[in-house]
Design a binder for this molecule. Structure first.
Ligand SMILES: [Zn+2]
Length: 290
């Protein structure tokens, strides 16, 4: 499968910039790992695409970002993590949730996510991570990201995300874009952008039809001169390790730790993002008893 990638472009006059991505390979890997239903493949695929687009704005070498939809829908919590190197990973609370199509005869992403709060946590290498939030508007993910940028970061944006799922549950296509206005944006450019966005139609359909991120950018910036800044690979990658989990074990309270040892049962941890299993034998647990 083609490597997922992201492209950055900016209007020549500096009014607006855009990130556009093809995330078909990322959504495919997520579906294989989590064995998601059709609807939940769309939920996770859209959220991972959003996370990849947002993470592309991280500037520091080791910056990470967490996107968390805490909704009351049957799909459960949606968590995605991205970093400044183009790695994303994610999971959903109830991967098997399936819902009937919505009123528009589309996969009911909003119904699966439900109502609640969208949290965005950015670890920018400062003492405290940045934590922004907003109410979940529709649960369709793209609208919620736009709302988040408007209310929490005061940045006018437009986001479109799409995931198409084949009859056999595999991912046909996934991708999207995030366009944002820069301070002092030219009102004429804003009007033109709004017009283009109104006419753009279904992003998932366009990607399914073979439209590349470059072509998406051309449509969003139709009639607006722009420069492509760069292109980079993105992928579904989990960087977990036994050592990381041992650090979590070390923070367990002593009472819990002792009762685990008394029960004489090795502890098995499973990574939510990639299903890797790590087993800690009793001897290893004993090291953490003070
Ligand atoms: Zn992992």
């Amino acid at each position: 499968m083609k490597q997922s990638h992201i492209i950055r472009a900016i209007s020549v006059d500096g009014s607006a910039f855009i990130h556009a991505a093809d995330t078909t390979a990322i959504a495919t890997k997520a579906r294989e790992l989590h064995q998601t239903s059709k609807t939940m493949t769309a939920v996770l695929g859209r959220a991972l695409t959003a996370c990849a687009l947002m993470s592309a704005q991280l500037k520091g070498k080791d910056n990470t970002m967490t996107l968390q939809f805490q909704g009351d829908g049957p799909g459960g919590m949606v968590v995605c993590v991205g970093d400044s190197h183009g790695n994303v990973k994610g999971y959903v609370g109830n991967p098997e949730t399936e819902l009937p199509p919505n009123a528009k005869n589309k996969l009911d992403v909003g119904g699966a996510v439900g109502q609640g709060t969208l949290h965005v946590i950015k670890d920018l290498g400062m003492n405290e991570p940045y934590h922004g939030m907003c109410p979940i508007l529709t649960g369709e993910i793209a609208e919620d990201i736009t709302e988040y940028y408007a209310t929490s970061e005061q940045t006018p944006s437009a986001c479109a995300l799409g995931v198409r799922v084949n009859r056999d549950l595999t991912v046909k296509s996934a991708g999207g874009f995030l366009v944002q206005l820069l301070p002092g944006a030219d009102p004429e450019i804003i009007t033109k952008l709004e017009e283009n966005l109104k006419n753009i139609g279904s992003v998932s359909q366009k990607i399914a039809e073979g439209m590349t991120p470059e072509q998406l950018i051309e449509q969003v910036f139709d009639g607006i001169p722009f420069d492509i800044l760069d292109q980079s690979d993105i992928s579904y990658t989990c960087n977990c390790s036994k050592e990381k989990y041992s650090r979590i074990l070390a923070t367990l309270n002593q009472k819990d730790l002792k009762s685990l040892i008394d029960e004489n049962k090795p502890v098995e941890t499973v990574c939510n993002f990639c299903n890797s299993k790590y087993v800690f034998e009793i001897d290893q647990l004993k090291k953490y008893v003070k």
